[in-house]
Design a protein around this ligand. Structure first.
Ligand SMILES: [Zn+2]
Length: 69
């Protein structure tokens, strides 16, 4: 029986902890939260998932080239 938890973005309750967009209910909510995070609207308040780290690594690869100047 999957545990239910509220999505951090839209607060909808569901089995997100075992879903593809953990801990969010959907890709959209995940991107909304990531956007806030990158905008420093809030600091890290919840543990990052492995998927989050992969995404950040991808973003930083592109940023490094720009920071070279
Ligand atoms: Zn959501």
């Amino acid at each position: 029986m999957p545990r239910e938890a509220p999505c951090p973005t839209c607060r909808q309750s569901g089995p997100w902890l075992t879903g593809a967009h953990t801990p969010f209910c959907s890709e959209r909510c995940r991107m909304v939260d990531l956007g806030k995070w990158l905008g420093e609207e809030h600091r890290i308040t919840s543990p990052l998932t492995v998927e989050d780290l992969k995404e950040l690594a991808d973003l930083e690869e592109g940023a490094e080239e720009q920071a070279d100047r």
